[in-house]
Design a protein around this ligand. Structure first.
Ligand code: AHR
Length: 479
């Protein structure tokens, strides 16, 4: 059985939005402390920001980084993390039952985003706090001077506003594990009120309402519908979170995780558009997949079952090649939905279910999942194209028969570069043929796989090995 792919610029989805290649830094485990921040580390600068990690973050090609949580944000007082370090309180973080020194906070994070070359995406606490603290945080971040919070930032040595555009209205507020979780009506009303006040401070900000914590939540879809009915006019995005556990279902189901993500995204689009029709609005809500990844969740110990610690090594999952193929395929699914999905944040960036790992005081390294992310972030340029694809089927326990091969392409009109991202998620090798009728002068120039980079001579046959990820770079031949 062979796979056959036809590419045509007429089958375009949307421009590639760089925000799809975002990530996430939470005060959780060793993501911040001994992850991106470790005073005294041989590569750290005067502010304690690890240079080796920054280098890997730049190589990863991350565009946008969400901060400071996650579950952590729902008990967080942002004021604890600003001002002179010696005055910052030590707190018990209720989300992870960890001791929080507050040595790292907002201004350190903003400095780090500048060095990493990424856009910050801030979350406000709608668990234990509300409208006032959220509006003051926007004031602290975005107003130049002349108000209490803006002047406080200046007093803290930061003259220029941080000018944060993207804001999350809380985190996973439907989850019973969330500190201060709410019903959909309660949360929708609070999100509308907080969003209204935050925009009074800075009308240029973009707001993300919490969708369901995952598509398996019992209230999934009705949560989204109710929240949007309450907050439609105040928000721009609805969030999606989904983690794929290699040990939850049969292996084939895991390898085909992108089938689940495709359905999840389609369902949230349909729900948002249902509310649009119901409320007779013209605006369309965009989607923010602001937590996604492979996570061996069945190995996770609940916070209640752990002792309170300062730097617990939480969910430091090791990834293999199958996990990397799945990550590559999830990115294919995200690109395919670029017409509605505008933000993506892989969770998390360092140590905690992360592409980058570190040893305290020691080295930093790339996990397998680093590679498909870095290549996709670097090579996906221009416009997303939806290929017409025929492929052999594979059986999965959860989704029935699905195509063993999945693909998406991007076309950079300026340089002419055409890149095809393709996976074989089955266990048999599959020969691949390309029909480039609309790109007659394009030839295969480079072929990246999970195992490295191989130059392939034009015209050579391409066989996709079992469980593999590929980026095929085609460039127009000089005439
Ligand atoms: O990324 C780890 C945790 O997973 C986040 O804190 C939370 O939002 C999600 O449940």
């Amino acid at each position: 059985a062979v796979a056959h792919l036809t590419l045509d610029p007429a089958f375009s989805v949307a421009p590639v939005d760089r925000r799809l290649f975002g990530s996430f830094v939470e005060h959780m485990g060793r993501c911040v402390y001994t992850g991106i921040f470790e005073p005294g580390h041989p590569t750290a600068d005067d502010d304690g920001l690890r240079g080796d990690v920054l280098e890997l973050v730049r190589e990863l090609g991350v565009s946008t980084v969400r901060y400071p949580g996650g579950n952590f944000v729902s008990g967080y007082r942002w004021e604890d993390g600003v001002g002179p370090r010696g005055d910052r309180p030590r707190r018990l973080d209720l989300a992870w039952r960890a001791l929080e020194s507050n040595a790292f906070g907002l201004n350190e994070f903003m400095r780090w985003t500048g060095l990493a070359g990424v856009e910050p995406m801030m979350a406000v606490n709608l668990g234990t706090r509300g409208v006032e603290a959220a509006a003051e945080l926007v004031e602290y971040c975005n107003l130049p001077d002349g108000t209490a919070a803006a002047d406080l930032r200046r007093k803290h040595g930061v003259a220029r506003p941080h000018d944060v555009k993207l804001w999350c209205l809380g985190n996973e507020m439907d989850g019973p594990w969330q500190i201060g979780s709410l019903t959909a009506v309660e949360y929708g009303q609070l999100a509308a009120r907080a969003g209204h006040a935050m925009r009074r401070v800075d009308p240029s900000i973009e707001l993300v309402a919490c969708g369901s914590s995952n598509s398996g939540m019992p209230t999934f879809a009705s949560w989204e519908a109710t929240v949007l009915e309450q907050a439609y006019d105040q928000v721009d995005y609805i969030s999606l979170h989904n983690y794929y556990d290699p040990e939850k279902y049969d292996e084939a189901t895991f390898r085909a995780s992108a089938v689940d993500l495709d359905g999840f995204i389609d369902d949230v689009v349909a729900t948002a558009d249902f509310v649009r029709a119901k409320l007779r609005r013209t605006k369309r809500i965009k989607l923010s997949l602001d937590e996604w990844n492979v996570w061996y969740q069945s190995r996770f110990t609940e916070p209640e079952d752990r002792e309170i610690e300062e730097l617990p090594a939480l969910i430091e999952d090791d990834y293999n090649d199958t996990d990397a193929m799945v990550v590559g395929n999830l990115l294919i699914s995200m690109l395919r939905h670029a017409d509605r999905l505008a933000v993506g944040c892989q969770a998390q960036l360092v140590n905690v279910i992360a592409p980058i790992r570190t040893e305290p005081g020691g080295r930093a390294w790339r996990q397998t999942i680093f590679h498909p992310f870095a290549h996709t972030a670097r090579l996906a340029r221009g416009t997303v194209l939806r290929p017409a694809l025929t492929a052999p089927a594979m059986a999965t326990g959860r989704h029935g028969e699905v195509p063993a091969v999945d693909a998406v392409a991007t076309h950079d009109e300026e340089s002419g570069a055409l890149t095809v991202f393709v996976v074989n998620r089955g266990t048999e090798p599959v020969p691949l043929t390309l029909d480039l009728r609309a790109f007659p002068r394009h030839r295969l120039a480079r072929h990246h796989t999970l195992t490295g980079e191989t130059a392939v001579s034009p015209g050579s046959e391409l066989v996709l090995p079992p469980v593999s990820w590929h980026a095929l770079c085609l460039t127009p031949e000089e005439s």
